[in-house]
Design a protein around this ligand. Sequence first.
Ligand code: SAT
Ligand code: MN
Length: 611
Amino acid sequence: MKIDDLKHAKLKEWVQWAADLMTPNEVVICDGSKEEYDSSIKALVDAGLGIPLKKRPNSYLFRSDPSDVARAESRTFIAAKNKDEAGPTNNWIDPVELKKTMTDLYRGCMKGRIMYVIPFSMGPVGSDIAKIGVEITDSAYVVVNMHIMTRVGKKVLDVLGTDGFFVPCIHSIAKPLQPGESDGGKWPCEPDVNKKYISHFPDTYEIWSYGSGYGGNALLGKKCLALRIASVLARDEGWLAEHMLILKLTNPDGKVKYMAGALPSACGKTNLAMLVPTLPGWKVEVIGDDIAWMKFKNGQLYAINPEAGFFGVAPGTSEQSNYNAMQSIKENCIFSNCGLTDDGDIWWEQIGYPAPGKTVIDWKGNERPSPQTDKVPKEGEPIAHVNARFTAPAKQCPCIASEWEDPAGVPISAFLFGGRRASTIPLINQSKSWIHGVFMGSITGSEITAAALDLKAGSVRRDPFAMVPFCGYNMGDYFAHWIKLGKKAEAEGNGDKLPKIFFCNWFRKDADGHFMWPGFGENSRVLSWMFDRCDGKDNAVETAIGFLPKPDAITAPEGVKPEVMAELIKVDTAGWKEEISSIRDEHYAKFGDRLPKELYDELDKIEKALA
Ligand code: SAT
Ligand code: MN
């Protein structure tokens, strides 16, 4: 397919403008076919970038440049019309100035390369909750990842028609090739971090990315479109675009509920989405592990997973920590920055077994003696980068729910927020109202480990709704949007159909610093309590901070003593008083007059109830 075959006038004009600016050798409109996937992979293998894995059919390992290993948050911009619209949690540059800077960078940047045009759908093609994006990129690695992570190709152009809405996404790795030059095994990118740009233009719903080829910087459907731009669309159109997993929970009677959960990074979101319950008779299936898009229909909130794959953190993933993820990555996967064993398989720290063979090649391509354990090394560099990833088709997951691609979405009964907190925050707590639930989302955060240099250990890094890196506008307005949706549902007489809101903490520690709760599959005990709460079961006590489980409502897992269990579900009055002042002085204060008054009211209410 050529540019001239595009039937959508605005799309055609934009693609032609991009080709004229970036001057590639060739323009390819992606059709999403297997042939396209295979030929892109072949080009990557021929360029020395992709390594076929003997042990995993149709799977490949890539090693990125050491400068290009994760989302570049300091180079991520929300170019709203003024700084206040971007808010205190985002980097801002004036949009006119930023477009000028980036247009200069884009000029001629695809010389010697193919410019791929990827039409993709976030969400099942044609779903009324889905949205279409078109990514222009000079990276074949992006093409193959987008094939797995989104729905790509002609079917998307068909839905787009001649005048449908799409989010234009431009991406370049910033490495033109001279005639006869090839990548020769060297990951192409702009190695100077300060020349990378991950830019969002919320007022025109556009994404411009330059200089990075890795993850969310380059696969623009994920964080850039499905969260940053979608959060703006959701604000403007009255829906929710959230950094949430979606799970399906079935009780022993076969009754089903769907729950969506937002946890900051490193709190086990993917593990929770694919959990294997220890509670007999209960079943967890996954709809999505990272992003949820939700719309009200007849007063009920329905969610889809806009993605089609998992872009999961590899280190720490094992048959023990996440059995279903390990089953999902047996074939047809892309691995980035993992180790390579001498029998042609991937390897990473905490994969569950020591690296086989005498040597292993680390993520930088250096041969190293095989570690005798899979533990994270106390000193020296790990074999796999800490942000090494697998890209896996979601349909390969053994616990994928059969309705995961239902274009109508699934009805959401509960929201779950939570973070890593050594003290104060109970195992589980249900909000007393929608606004109290929004308050819970707004105070989400995790404790800083001593490793983060700029913050005092033990202090809390707030990550409201786990959205701080992903909210495309002023976060104070984002809280207000959540409050507004709840009030609207209540005003329309649909208050009882609103999802119940919960806050969890799997990470409480005792005085000796040991975790008090085993987590993983045992979290099914908490999910089952939530399930019954949604049905109005009398299994809770009302306290100053919310509804906590009655003493025996959650049976203790093996090894958790009754007094520990009691500690996990009680109100720590002194701790909460400190929490309240930290929220007021260190957290809410940052948002100035953009912080909705309703949230201060919640704070006052809890403070009074604790007194
Ligand atoms: O690289 S991504 O942004 O897609 C994943 C992440 O950092 O959470
Ligand atoms: Mn995420």
